[in-house]
Design a protein around this ligand. Sequence first.
Ligand SMILES: Nc1ncnc2c1ncn2[C@@H]1O[C@H](COP(=O)(O)OP(=O)(O)O)[C@@H](O)[C@H]1O
Ligand SMILES: [Mg+2]
Length: 251
Amino acid sequence: MIEFSNVSLSYGKNVVLNNISFKADFHEKIAILGGSGEGKTTLLRLLLGLVRPDSGMVVIDGQDITHMPESKLRDMRLRFSIVFQEGALFDSLSVRENTAFFIREYTDKSEEEIETRVRELLRVLGIEEAIDLMPEELSGGMQRRAAIARSLGGCQPRMMLYDEATTGLDPLTAHNICNLINDLSKGKPPDRVGFIIVTHKVTDATKVAERYMYIKNGMIAFDGNLEQLRNAENEELRRFTDELHTAEQYE
Ligand SMILES: Nc1ncnc2c1ncn2[C@@H]1O[C@H](COP(=O)(O)OP(=O)(O)O)[C@@H](O)[C@H]1O
Ligand SMILES: [Mg+2]
């Protein structure tokens, strides 16, 4: 369980998150929606203890991580696989070495076991044939797959975190990544590995998520399911989800 209680964070005069509270279970499929600069990535960083709130509390699995020292955060972070939007892959490492990175870092597997695990992950992600390629040689979609493979390397996540997983991809590739995100979220609640996908692409979010949170002006302006999202009366949210309503007309 993830709990944010009255969390606020500012950078100088820039109030990024203003007193936000929510609870989420690890098996949930959540999309955090919001325009550019609204604090979506910051929220993921707070959740992992990569930044600390100015006030409020972040609790993961009953443990208050708000001021937990860096050395103790590691175990908590291993509950999550994390695909960050920026610099998802190490440019100078092959797909094999990228995928092996966190396996080396967080486990004491032998080289042979690492190779087996790398191949297994790349097979699951559908890019085994790219094992010897460098990131620059991959298409955008394959880069995302490799980044997801790498994020899964070091842990057996309870929940997967994706920051803008489909941003910058053409619609078909984005659709395929959405399918992959669904496939990776295995099992049934409460054992299911859930996810939080942070995105400004509403139509991609609706292919995967069951719960939607919309961040505006540092606050959670909406939190509900797809039907509630479609019927939301919040003007800004309606503008934001416009493509959803337009897409509906052609369904
Ligand atoms: N390390 C930082 N120092 C100063 N300002 C930052 C930092 N990280 C993010 N911000 C600012 O915080 C706001 C929210 O950023 P971010 O969480 O990246 O938004 P989003 O992911 O929704 O696009 C933006 O105004 C951004 O410029
Ligand atoms: Mg962001």
